[in-house]
Design a protein around this ligand. Structure first.
Ligand code: ADP
Ligand code: MG
Length: 566
């Protein structure tokens, strides 16, 4: 077995390696390091993350730096600023005991002037993200015409992130004579193209099982009317309660619109687009990384810098103009050996793009029906119950309260308690999905003309259509408070629940007007309602409730109060 001692490193470099606690080279280091020292070949290294690639290229590069030469001798390109900083730190650690080696990281999203000054002070090794590097070259702040080595680290990720043009631009400016080392977990077509165009008969080194990349991504599409896009998105989110997703939109406007609507509907979501300042962007990204956000809605350009590795779902709110972009989008999930799902919400007009994309990704889409309200309720309910079963009970903390709790609940049977508990969390889903339409049937129905003028924005209707008034089994009540009093449907539902002390009462349509409102309740509870809503007040105002006339035609004109969910 090879050891670091016999690989040809100078004593000061060996000292740095030892101090890091590296005993023996990892398999990829065993193969790459001698190849760099003993040959002039370009190298393609295919290996999973965590195999020790940084030292595999970093150690021999440091060994080969001419300390007396202050010009840039090696350029290492990496997809994200975090990686770029990490690599430069690693290289600084390896070379801790070598005087006169300068490693400088440069990356987007930080003031360029500071980086220009750092480069001026001298850098033999630059670690960089492609966009910023090209910018610095164009400004003549970095000169790579004398470099000996270029490393493309995580080349597949750089291409996934849309850095193709930047890589082309940088590589074109580098000298013919340089050596190129390319590292990648996978070898998709785009990476092969770079290898073909810019590398000289590269030696290919594969360590371990090649990360099958695209293999672990499922591609799914849902066919809906364009105006049902948002409802479909909600259902996709609701059927995947643990979603940690990236939603792609085409424009800033649409990005904002979709994010706003998600937030209004109670999801932990936010938008990432070109109108944000760097600080705002960082803030959004921080929340996404911490998983305070479950869904991030982004434009393709803004999503470039996203370096999150465990995204569970990529959702194409609509298909991109260019099919190529789909591959960049879907490549954001299923990383580092994990599985991922790439979903496209597709309308009739976009449908013909699916076979084209299938050709491009060399994989078939599964066409799935948009989940029904019942399926979603089942899933959410299961999740809720599961959560309850697994919740950690802190006996010491909770026990002082248990007497009070037990006393208060004494009059309820276990079955009733369970029912109430479930209702508490779950009513909003039941309520929202009560009369949810079958979006698939709607989509299959004769193509709607409205489709044409829709760009995917609006369309909450339909889904919210509640049971219409005038139902035989319901009594319609008048109540003397309305929007003017700040009433929303929830308040009326709460008022009924609290005062009747009965949560099994079925409440129908609630119509909010300016200074009064109507609500419907199952007929069998009529007298209970009249009795229990007597002598109560709402924000200091005496509440009066009466049976109202059923007048279907009148009711139609009344603007419905919207009930929010989640
Ligand atoms: P990759 O780039 O392949 O994902 P890294 O170069 O980031 O992997 O290395 C992964 C981890 O392994 C790092 O924490 C690094 O310090 C450590 N490591 C690398 N080489 C060795 C070695 N020879 N012995 C022990 N640990 C190592
Ligand atoms: Mg690495």
């Amino acid at each position: 077995m090879l050891t670091f001692n016999t690989m040809g490193f100078s004593p000061n470099l060996l000292k740095g390696i030892k101090e890091l606690g590296f005993q023996n080279p990892t398999p990829i280091q065993e193969k790459i390091i001698p190849l760099v020292f003993e040959t002039e070949n370009d190298i393609v290294g295919l290996a999973q993350t965590g195999t020790g690639k940084t030292a595999a290229f970093g150690l021999p590069i440091i060994e080969q730096i001419d300390i007396n030469n202050k010009s840039v001798q090696a350029l290492i390109l990496a997809p994200t600023r975090e990686l770029c900083i990490q690599i430069s730190k690693d290289l600084q650690n390896y070379s801790k005991h070598i005087k006169g080696i300068h490693v400088v990281p440069v990356y987007g999203g930080a003031p360029i002037e500071v980086q220009i000054r750092a480069l001026k002070r001298g850098a033999q090794i630059i670690t960089a993200t492609p966009g910023r590097m090209l910018d610095l070259i164009k400004r003549k702040a970095a000169n790579i015409t004398n470099i000996k080595t270029v490393v493309l680290d995580e080349a597949d990720e750089m291409l996934n992130m849309g850095f193709r043009d930047e890589l082309d631009g940088i590589l074109e400016k580098s000298p013919e004579s340089k050596r190129t080392l390319l590292f990648s977990a996978t070898m998709p077509r785009e990476v092969a193209r770079i290898a073909n165009n810019y590398m000289n008969n590269p030696v290919e080194i594969t360590v371990g099982k090649q990360n099958a990349g695209a293999e672990n991504i499922r591609h799914i599409y849902y066919l809906v009317h364009a105006r049902d896009r948002f409802i479909a998105l909600k259902r996709i989110a609701d059927i995947n309660p643990d979603i940690y997703g990236l939603v792609f939109c085409r424009t800033r406007m649409e990005t904002k619109d979709v994010a706003d609507k998600l937030i209004k509907n109670g999801y932990n979501a936010d938008a990432l687009h070109g109108d944000l300042s760097q600080a705002q962007r960082d803030h959004v990204m921080k929340r996404f990384r911490e998983k305070s956000l479950q869904m991030l809605v982004a434009t393709d350009v803004a999503a470039r810098g996203i370096d999150v590795h465990d995204i569970s779902h990529v959702i194409n709110y609509n298909l991109p103009e260019e099919n190529e972009i789909y591959t960049h989008r879907s490549g954001r999930t299923g990383r580092a050996g994990k599985s991922g799902i790439s979903i496209a919400i597709v309308n009739h007009r976009e449908k013909n793009k699916i076979p084209q994309i299938e050709k491009l990704i060399n994989k078939k889409f599964e066409k799935l029906p948009v989940p029904s309200g019942a399926e979603i309720c089942n899933k959410q309910l299961y999740k809720l119950i599961d959560k309850m079963e697994n919740v950690e009970v802190d006996e010491a903390q909770i026990s002082p309260f248990m007497d009070t709790v037990n006393n208060k609940l004494e009059w309820l049977s276990k079955e009733q308690i369970v029912k109430r508990f479930v209702s508490l969390e779950f009513n909003r889903f039941l309520d929202y999905y009560k009369n949810a339409p079958d979006l698939n049937k709607k989509a299959e129905e004769k193509k709607d003309k409205r489709d044409k003028r829709d760009s995917g924005g609006r369309g909450d209707r339909g889904d919210r259509k509640r049971r219409r008034g005038g139902d035989e089994n319901f009594t319609r009540f008048f109540i003397n408070i309305g929007k003017k009093d700040g009433v929303i449907p929830k308040n009326i539902i709460g008022m009924i629940n609290d005062n009747t002390n009965d949560r099994d009462i079925n409440i129908g349509t609630i119509d909010l007007l300016e200074s009064f409102s109507f609500f419907e309740v199952e007929e069998k509870h009529t007298s209970k309602i009249l009795k229990s809503l007597k002598n109560i007040d709402y924000k200091g105002r005496a509440v009066r409730v009466d049976i109202a006339e059923k007048r279907e035609d009148h009711r139609r004109k009344i603007k419905k109060g919207k009930r929010r969910m989640r």
